[in-house]
Ligand binder design. Structure first.
Ligand code: HDE
Length: 712
């Protein structure tokens, strides 16, 4: 197999690197036609102080190009960040799939991955409470495969027909374009409370999954049930999972709100910086396989995208790893112009009849036609396959090739029958021959009707701190709604998921949980929806809990790429810092010096150290943990600047690890930390390895109850 085959973009990069220095030095500015230019600062005028002449083609070319620099942003997932990388298979799964990417362990398949929020515009904050897109383009030798997923394993709706309603409800309200990148408003909960199939994805959005610490610390899911097809043509159902090597970690809502102000590019920067530092983000690819004959074995329908298959029922088999090792060189050309299409599959992978997936197969190409200006968007470098393409498609806006020859039809004899067809045995795509014998009908399958069991399972499976975060999130979101009847309807629905949860939320809202609600709880029943009725939710307790759904059971091994704030002023203890820093950096953490001012800060050995950030330019929420080395003079200096106290109190409130040495203890005595010195993540004069252990646990959530009422 072509082990060393490189994607054209990778080859170009190597070539570019060689050429770049020469280009930077030698390239002469020209017009788009190659005409050399000697002035790009002044327009052509009738005299030094006269009017600009229409004749000025240099001005017109420059401004016209600028006027058309923007293209329509994506209708959803507008805000995104992306990176290049590759996928490697651990072992062949040829018993399930004939796809080269799943059978050839010697391949290094190039990928381009775009992460995104859903609701916000292109310039909105990274830390919005939202689902994250997780779209992977595999440039395989047999053609491009796009796995266009999210960071949550289920979706809001069951049928593509509801997608415009869902998005219209969550986007800013159309009369006043408020709120931006937020689901906390009346129209969204009006829709959710009348469309109970949304409740499962909705409770995931209320969970910490919706405010990740990093793109690098989120799971990814293909969501829909797909098929894998083997060489014999046999089909297995499959769900795809991405498992981050760094584990699944989130920030708190209070941090998310503050990060949005302190650095609205937080996730974008984090991804970029990690790759630049050589700390390449990695995910393992997992599959859940369900044999064809087990299609009806579950309490839910495999075709229903609002349901997940608990890993406790069908374990995830890890089959390979994806590594992101290169940042894009141009945001627009790559991250903005990339076009993902769920319809891009390769032999060995196929669709199912999931009615959401089926609608997506139409939507993505359709949207790219207007977003990228015509049918030739596959010719844009980032969208080009590595597999060669030949067909009789011609012309259209932005045709960038020069197709040669007399013929553009099939069959032909004038071009020797080319391009010719190939046989299935030679790798041609062939749809799985599913037997269909049914009425043409516009309805929803009865088997999709249970909207409560899985949200309840999810809630039951979480740790107490995760459940508390969910209660707070519902209270915040519903508290932002202005209409009491919408809040009450939501309270009733939440009470059907979990009574205690609903009670907590009701208390926060200052409302009673209604005994019942009017109007249908399931709009999917169509025209009858106008009839007032009470449909009891069908709950199926097929599992007491699914621990794999909880972030409490993720990986807590690595501190690589964690950001540690070290608070220092002139006179800090060099000995302490050196000891701590060497341990942290050996484990891949990023250590940053925060001082009262920028420039240099002096240690007690009279050496100047470059400050990474002056306290006025940074915030506690941008760091994972903090360390205060001793040094009497340094502590006195830090005490003079009140923001250091706020900085420490916030880190404490957000349950982060805090280490202090020697006189550092004096500083924390002025903060709320002093009331909690027994906390295992507060380390006073302890060996650095204890700090590493506390940091690897991400947060000490046991502190949550204690810090709940501290006024920070
Ligand atoms: Fe999308 N979705 N979607 N979606 N989606 C788009 O395509 C759509 C759905 C997802 O980084 C759009 O190129 C419909 C599920 C991601 O470029 C659009 C339906 C899942 C991205 C579109 C869904 C997704 C998109 C907007 C219901 C998870 C960003 C721009 C039938 C499995 C990809 C674009 C990127 C983008 C339509 C449902 C994930 C309008 C009609 C379910 C990650 O075509």
């Amino acid at each position: 197999m072509a082990k060393d085959k490189k994607h054209p973009l990778e080859l170009k990069k190597i070539k570019d690197l060689k050429a770049s220095q020469k280009e930077i030095n030698d390239t002469i500015m020209t017009t788009n036609q190659g005409l050399k230019i000697n002035d790009t600062n002044n327009s052509l005028k009738s005299g030094e102080r006269g009017s600009t002449l229409l004749e000025d083609f240099l001005l017109r070319e420059k401004i016209t190009n600028f006027d058309h620099e923007r293209i329509p942003e994506r209708i959803v997932h507008a805000r995104g960040s992306a990176a290049h990388g590759y996928f490697e298979l651990y072992e062949s799964i040829e018993q399930f799939s004939k796809a080269g990417i799943f059978t050839d362990v010697n391949r290094k398949t190039p990928v381009f991955v775009r992460f995104s929020t859903v609701a916000g515009s292109k310039g909105s904050t990274d830390l919005a409470r939202d689902v994250r897109g997780f779209a992977v383009k595999f440039y395989t030798e047999e053609g491009t495969w796009d796995l266009v997923g999210n960071n949550m394993p289920i979706f809001f709706i069951q049928d593509a027909m509801k997608f415009p309603d869902l998005i219209h409800a969550v986007k800013p309200e159309p009369n006043r374009e408020i709120p931006q990148a937020a689901s906390a408003h009346d129209t969204f909960y009006d829709f959710v409370s009348r469309t109970t199939e949304t409740l499962h994805n909705q409770i995931w959005v209320m969970s910490d999954r919706a405010i990740p610490r990093s793109f690098r610390m989120m799971e990814g899911f293909g969501i829909h049930t797909f098929r894998l097809i083997n060489e014999k043509g046999a089909s297995h159902f499959v769900k795809f999972h991405w498992k981050p090597i760094l584990g699944v970690h989130s920030v708190t809502w209070d941090e998310a709100v503050k990060i949005s102000g302190a650095d609205s590019d937080f996730h974008r920067r984090d991804l970029w910086d990690a790759i630049e530092a050589g700390e390449f983000p990695e995910w393992e690819l997992g599959i859940q396989i369900v044999p064809q004959e087990d299609e009806f074995k579950f309490e839910f329908d495999l075709l229903d995208p609002t349901k997940l298959i608990p890993e406790e029922l069908v374990p995830v088999q890890i089959i390979g790893k994806m590594t992101l090792n290169r940042n894009p060189e141009n945001f627009f050309a790559e991250t903005e112009q990339v076009a993902f299409l769920p319809g891009h599959i390769v032999p060995g992978i196929d669709f199912t009849n999931d009615p959401l997936l089926q609608g997506r197969l139409f939507s993505y190409r359709d949207t790219q036609l207007s977003r990228l200006g015509g049918p030739n968007f596959h010719q844009i470098p980032i969208n080009r396959p590595v597999a060669e393409s030949h067909n009789n498609q011609r012309d259209g806006h932005m045709q960038m090739e020069i197709p040669k020859g007399q013929t553009a039809y099939f069959p032909n004899s004038l071009s020797g029958g080319c391009p010719h067809l190939s046989k299935i045995a030679e790798g041609a795509f062939h749809s799985y021959e599913e037997r269909i014998d049914a009425k043409k009908i516009r309805t929803r399958s009865e088997s999709f009707n249970d909207h409560f069991s899985q949200p309840a399972l999810f809630y039951r499976s979480l740790a107490p701190w995760e459940q508390q975060h969910i209660a707070e999130a519902y209270t915040f979101e519903l508290g932002k709604c202005n209409q009491t009847h919408i809040q009450e309807r939501m309270l009733w629905l939440v009470s059907q998921i979990d009574t205690d949860l609903a009670k907590k939320v009701a208390e926060g809202l200052g409302l009673e949980i209604p005994a019942s609600i009017q109007h249908p709880i399931n709009q999917a029943i169509g025209a009858d929806a106008d009839v007032e009725q009470q449909q009891p939710p069908k709950k199926k307790n097929y599992l007491d809990a699914a621990p794999t759904l909880s972030q409490a059971n993720t990986k807590f091994e690595s501190i690589a790429t964690r950001h540690i704030a070290v608070l220092v002023a002139d006179g800090f203890s060099m000995k302490n810092l050196k000891k701590m820093k060497s341990v942290l950096e050996k484990k891949g953490a990023f250590v940053k010096l925060i001082a009262p001012h920028g420039g240099k800060v002096m240690c007690d050995e009279n050496m100047g150290h470059t400050v990474d950030a002056a306290i006025m330019t940074t915030e506690s929420v941008l760091f994972d943990a903090l360390y205060i080395p001793g040094g009497k003079k340094s502590i006195e200096g830090l005490k003079k600047e009140p923001k250091f106290i706020k900085f420490i109190n916030e880190a404490f409130k957000h349950c982060k690890a805090i280490a202090v040495d020697d006189e550092g203890e004096d500083l924390i005595n002025d903060t709320f930390v002093s009331q909690s010195k027994q906390d295992p993540a507060i380390l006073i004069n302890k060996d650095p390895i204890n700090f590493v252990d506390a940091l690897a646990k991400h947060r000490n959530w046991d502190r949550m109850e204690f810090v709940k009422n501290i006024p920070v």
